[in-house]
Design a protein around this ligand. Sequence first.
Ligand code: ZN
Length: 417
Amino acid sequence: MSSCLRCEKKIEDLFFICTECAQDLFSENIFWIASSPTIHEPVIDRYKEDSEATLRVGDVPDDELEFFEGKNTLDEIKDIDVEELDSDDYSRVKKRLNTILSEMGVTNTFEPDIYVFSDKDVKVFSEIFYLLEELEHKFKKPKGEKNLYLKIANLFFYTGMEADTSAFEMSFRDKVKSDLFKEAEGYYSLAIENSTEDVLPDYNKGLLHLEKDEASEAKERFETVLDKELDNYLGRIGLIKCYIRMGDLNKAEKELNKVLENFGESKEIWYLKGEIARLRGRWGGAIQFYNQCLKIDFEFEDALTRKCDILLEKGMYSQSNDIFDEYIKEFKYEPMAWFGKAKALYEMDKWGGAIQCINEALALDPQIKEAWVTKGDILSDKKQYDLAIESYNKALRIDDSYQEAKEKLEKAKDRLE
Ligand SMILES: [Zn+2]
């Protein structure tokens, strides 16, 4: 057992925060969950013109958010008195909120890589959101300002994607994500309603549907993008992803070759070619295409993961171990990278290293049930059956219908006797 970080109530040692506290925190501030307490990458001060990096890796951002003319963002939002506004003021305020978000670096495009949320950012985002809700309530949703809806939708989408939910139990994790995505979807729809020509609301909403594994809804959005702009590269790539998701590999390949002809090589194209080859069971070809993608961008995480999975599956353990090393250099907070290295080391009979890596993975996310099972396997091989049993039991506490863990647990119990 361990204690909840907030209320100190005794909880299962797989979690850090009890579900009641998580619920409280969530209703207090919708965006808090995506805030980063420390900076993992150097960021530039987005609130000043021509600024250079002001925060280094490991720094905690602690200064006030200010516009360069000197006004505090949060005060500015709090100064707005909804009750006294008339509809002219209303449209001005909406424009102002839009400007504030733009000046904070929130764009109309969904680009998860560019946002870094500090606690202060999170405060401002949620103030903007609640102020908007108040406005909409008072003015009964007048039309206009699709940019603002689009930005708010992006914030929800980003929060849902980046939310670090590893402290919560499984059922609450799913709820958090689906609540955030539902908000995002609503705001994307508002942005679409209020805009006829812009393709971004449709495109971003397509991405959201893909993330939710709703390929046919996503396809509809990307087709709308292409209706508006026939030559839209991202829309075309989105459509190809839908075909792949729907299992229509021939159509996907045909479209992909067209894109290659019209736009030339790109990392996305090589990655998607790799996906098609992989789904057709052509491992060698898939690895070649992933390599082409990684040659352009080594940090293309999906290509890296897929490639490592194939290497592991095909028994090329030392090669896969080397790649995971590179991977970990770039993504040391990615539990699956540690888990992957652990699997490669285990297959190479390097048990000590494998245990270390698996502990690293489980420290980052204690709820990867497969990692508990692999840990149990290594401990069984080391004849430490009592510890192996503990490990399999952890996996079963995460998912009590996990058949593989059940069988292995019984085996380990037999051997202990
Ligand atoms: Zn608690």
